[in-house]
Design a binder for this molecule. Structure first.
Ligand SMILES: Nc1ncnc2c1ncn2[C@@H]1O[C@H](COP(=O)(O)OP(=O)(O)OP(=O)(O)O)[C@@H](O)[C@H]1O
Ligand SMILES: [Mg+2]
Length: 306
């Protein structure tokens, strides 16, 4: 009897060792997280930048991409004037490594600009070259965070559909909630299968944020048959706009502020969720696969014009 128990213990320990080795040897895939909202001005760029910085301070390697076609927000937020944007890569005039900018805490930034729009008009050769170029960052980064523009233009929807995870940012105001719901509905109707996180920004207090998130979650569950994950809220705080005014990220300028603590809890929740998912790999598709999906969605939908 004891012999048998000992045998089982050895077997279990060898299986565990095998799993650990597999995890260690598995090539790192970059997880692509797309941040969107519906309504404009709810805090997408602020959240994208500050979440990226907090992830960096947790020793994660992060590349932040500004995919807001109209306004290049992230660079302005940091007071950076990029010499080149992704447009130069799309046009084959620059390599990706030449346009990447280093921001605070070691975050890397890909300035977007209007180059994203040109994805839809590339021929197959150009597209393959671009995807190869973008794919070079695969494995180099743990996360690619993509900040999108407002609204549900076909471009924005394509970014969302190609993502590993989506974070929908809303405020507690009804127009923002209605538009956020519209965004969730649009991607669910188009068979998005990744995770959808809900982040409530500019809340008066955390109870208000929790209540709004719960109502939203219930509505999505009931009417869209979708399980949304409330990831937390960020208080409406002067420190945030102060950071914007001074062209510095508030999590760096005001590390003790309530909003910084909120962002840290959100990042903690995200990472804890990912660690819990370790046993079901395949969630992080990588940068190459993301852009491959994105470009085929652009072509399929005839996007690139709005
Ligand atoms: N938690 C907050 N507390 C106070 N002000 C905030 C907060 N979050 C964002 N803001 C302010 O709201 C404004 C809009 O933020 P931001 O530019 O990040 O929104 P956005 O959703 O990216 O906008 P757009 O749709 O134009 O891209 C900024 O002036 C920012 O300072
Ligand atoms: Mg923005």
């Amino acid at each position: 009897m004891n012999d048998q128990a000992e045998k089982l213990r050895k077997m279990a320990s060898s299986i565990r060792q095998q799993i650990e080795e597999d995890i260690m040897n598995k090539p790192r895939q970059t997880r692509v997280i797309v941040i969107s909202s519906g309504k404009g001005g709810v805090g997408k760029s602020t959240i994208a930048l500050n979440m990226s910085l907090v992830l960096c301070t947790y020793n994660k390697k992060v590349i932040l991409m500004d995919a807001d076609m109209g306004l290049a927000n992230i660079d302005i937020m940091l007071g950076i004037v990029p010499e080149y944007t992704i447009q130069h890569v799309v046009q084959g005039r620059k390599k990706l490594k030449d346009i990447i900018i280093e921001g605070p805490a070691g975050v890397k930034i890909i300035p977007g600009g209007s180059g994203i729009n040109e994805l839809a008009n590339l021929n197959d050769n150009e597209l393959n070259r671009l995807i190869q170029e973008l794919g070079k960052v695969d494995g180099e980064y743990d996360y690619m965070i993509i900040d999108t523009g407002a609204g549900i233009s076909r471009n924005v929807v394509s970014f969302l559909l190609a993502a590993d995870d989506v974070i929908i940012v809303t405020t507690t105001e009804p127009p923002s909630l209605t538009d956020a719901y519209g965004t969730v509905k649009t991607i669910i109707r188009q068979s998005y299968t990744g995770k959808i996180y809900l982040l409530v920004n500019k809340v008066g207090n955390s109870t208000e944020g929790l209540m709004v998130a719960e109502k939203f979650r219930i509505a999505c569950n009931r009417f869209l048959n979708t399980d949304l994950i409330p990831i937390g809220n960020v208080v409406n705080e002067p420190a945030v706009s102060e950071g914007i005014m001074r062209q510095e990220a508030f999590t760096q300028m005001f590390p003790q502020s309530a909003a910084t603590r909120n962002i840290k809890s959100i990042v903690d929740r995200l990472l804890t969720g990912y660690e819990a998912d370790y046993s079901s790999p395949g969630q992080a598709g990588g940068v190459k696969s993301f852009f491959r999906k994105l470009s085929s969605l652009f072509k399929e939908k005839g996007a690139g014009v709005g």
